[in-house]
Design a protein around this ligand. Structure first.
Ligand SMILES: [Zn+2]
Length: 344
């Protein structure tokens, strides 16, 4: 899990993926025939197939949700969100402001301490716009080191505990790990593989859209996390997936409907190879598959998901076996994809 730890802890909000991109590029260069970065910032690794012809695009997004500095108010910073953040997960956090150098700070809502709040004030819902960052610097020092637009990420150490691991940005560094690990495992493959670490997924699948236009794939497989709603306070009806139950094969979310022949193929493949899996229907949310599906004249797509607790929080949690099962299933798919007929 060393690589996953590095992937989780490296910063890279949407549009400012330069540091995570450098790390992923270095990893992919060890495994692919050719690696390049396109104009929007996607890393595209190409691995030639034995017979070639069919192009399979696999895509995991490298960007994470976070903030940019929107105002410098004295020695304090105000923030604009990048991606879908829930303010309830953001109280009393340590952050890193990526200014002229990395600066550690604390993030709190600009509201009164609870001791001196009126009953009315205590009831008011928290908003992202309430949050500010304290860097412990004077206004002058802050202005020297921080500019409007600088990225801000959560300062959170990756941990292993029991059967699980947890950290920030498991969405979607877990998917990137699956992609890298599958490339490591894949043996003979007939299809040409285009492994894409995409940018700007969290703000609307933008990297994958540009990537798919460039590649013109015959098959698209997105790699992402999905909701595991399997802990206290949840009911079976809303479970989506559960940790420890295996790789999730997506049937549908709100951005794409998986090609049903690809779904059947993936399910049979998991069964033949005794890879633990579960089926997934996600009522709201999407992955890069939603972009790949609709480029050019359309493309059969599917998503393989890593079940994740507390998605879009700083303690996104996955099961170590689930992520390994997802990579194993993807590797098997790449070895056998040429046998599939996904025409409708
Ligand atoms: Zn994601």
């Amino acid at each position: 899990m060393e690589l996953l730890k590095k992937l989780s802890q490296t910063p890279g909000i949407s549009g400012r993926e330069e540091r995570i991109r450098a790390l992923i590029k270095e990893e992919l260069e060890k495994l692919a025939d050719e690696v390049k970065v396109d104009a929007i910032g996607n890393v595209i690794a190409f691995k030639k197939g034995k017979s070639g012809g069919k192009k399979v695009m696999i895509s995991g997004h490298m960007d994470e949700i976070g903030f940019i500095v929107s105002q410098i108010e004295g020695g304090f910073l105000r923030l604009s969100p990048v991606g879908g953040l829930d303010p309830r997960n953001l109280v009393a956090q340590r952050v890193v402001v990526h200014g002229r150098k990395d600066l550690r700070g604390i993030m709190m809502p600009a509201i009164k301490p609870v001791h001196i709040m009126t009953a009315e004030e205590a009831k008011a819902p928290l908003k992202i716009s309430d949050l500010y960052v304290d860097l412990g610097l004077t206004q002058e020092e802050t202005e020297k080191l921080v500019r409007i637009g600088d990225p801000v990420t959560i300062d959170r150490e990756f941990i292993e505990f029991g059967a699980n691991v947890s950290g920030k940005a498991m969405d979607d560094r877990a998917g990137v790990w699956v992609m890298i690990e599958a490339l490591r495992q894949v043996k003979e493959h007939e299809v040409d593989i285009y492994a894409v670490a995409s940018v700007q997924e969290e703000v609307g699948l933008r990297g994958a859209t540009a990537g798919a236009y460039g590649i013109r794939p015959d098959i698209g497989v997105a790699l992402d996390v999905t909701l595991a709603v399997d802990g206290p306070g949840s009911s079976k009806q809303y479970q989506v997936t559960a940790l420890g139950e295996g790789a999730a094969i997506k049937i549908m979310d709100s951005a794409s409907i998986s090609n049903y022949k690809l779904v059947d193929f993936m399910r049979s493949l998991a069964e033949e190879n005794q890879i633990k899996y579960q089926m997934e229907i996600l009522p709201r949310g999407g992955t890069d598959a939603g972009a790949i599906e609709r480029v050019q004249t359309g493309c059969p797509v599917i998503t393989l998901s890593v079940p994740t607790r507390h998605v879009h929080s700083n303690v996104e949690t996955i099961n170590k076996e689930d992520i390994k099962n997802t990579a194993a299933l993807l590797a098997k798919f790449l070895e056998t994809a040429h046998k599939g007929d996904f025409a409708l």
